[in-house]
Design a protein around this ligand. Sequence first.
Ligand SMILES: Cc1cc2nc3c(=O)[nH]c(=O)nc-3n(C[C@H](O)[C@H](O)[C@H](O)COP(=O)(O)OP(=O)(O)OC[C@H]3O[C@@H](n4cnc5c(N)ncnc54)[C@H](O)[C@@H]3O)c2cc1C
Length: 306
Amino acid sequence: MKALLIGESRKGKTLGSTYELAEFAKRMEAQSAMFIVDAEEDLPKYEGKLYLASAADCGELNPPVHAAMAVEAADKENADIVILSHSPYGWDLAPLIARALGAGQVSEVVEYQEGAFITPALNGKMRLFYKPSTARVVVTVQSGAFAPAAPPSGAPTVEKIAAPAAGDGVYEFVEFEEPEETGVALGKAKVVVSAGRGVGKVENIELVKKLAEALDGELGASRPVVDAGWVENGRQVGTSGKTVAPKLYVACGISGAAQHIAGMKGSEFIVAINTDPEAPITEVAHVTAQVDLKQLIPALLEKLKG
Ligand SMILES: Cc1cc2nc3c(=O)[nH]c(=O)nc-3n(C[C@H](O)[C@H](O)[C@H](O)COP(=O)(O)OP(=O)(O)OC[C@H]3O[C@@H](n4cnc5c(N)ncnc54)[C@H](O)[C@@H]3O)c2cc1C
């Protein structure tokens, strides 16, 4: 099987998620080549063929143009599968590439087993198995699901791809805007105590916050809690929030969706407080307290007094 990986770069730097694509191809036992729009000074560390398009020539973000060049690379490689990150860039490109190749598309793949692409459903409570019936397939893979076993290495063999002639310019890339700095030092905290939807209501955030303070740590949160406006943006842990690796991570009422796990699985010791013994968080937790957080946290605070 032949795979084409679609790497990603931002401001001339290869994103770490690019190396997860290579790991995924390895798991599929596919022979891979890579396509990337990048600055020539910062090529990905990669052992193999790299189709390189110049970001200066075609823009850092221009989905139709990038997709057209990726299709050219896929055809040159005769790729059976095109693999992208499950990221805003991947979401833009994957359907354009799939349509051009007449390929089936599977989004948010978290595992590959015996020819089936597996994706989560119902907040990670179920898994869907897809076996595409098309000759070629385009997949996006979930961040954190295929972390490389070893640091990336190697120098690629570069073949340049020229930007297609004008005519596809339906997008004009303006700039990347960095999120507002909130001053929350989540990434440096030794202890992070995070609140999930299981807290039930905004008033209960205070309980989780008190536990974080009692443990000399920082308050974190899952995305629904941030989306609800219960906790500020800068405290979100996960693929679309911060990545943390504290000595102690306490997940209070968090199910453990792949997007959350990707942001905290590097923690040294993980404690889950969850009423559901089968919640996915229990698979990464070193200790699970199967109990209502509204009962356990006040008791813990009492014990921690003094
Ligand atoms: C593109 C994309 C990016 C995303 N990025 C992120 C991200 O960065 N971070 C993130 O967190 N999510 C992210 N998500 C959302 C993610 O998929 C999940 O929906 C989310 O993590 C679920 O949050 P949760 O665990 O708090 O809620 P739920 O999945 O609803 O889980 C609540 C948990 O609380 C438990 N519970 C309920 N009551 C109690 C109680 N009284 N005591 C103890 N336990 C209780 C339940 O058993 C359940 O396990 C993203 C999703 C997408 C599509």
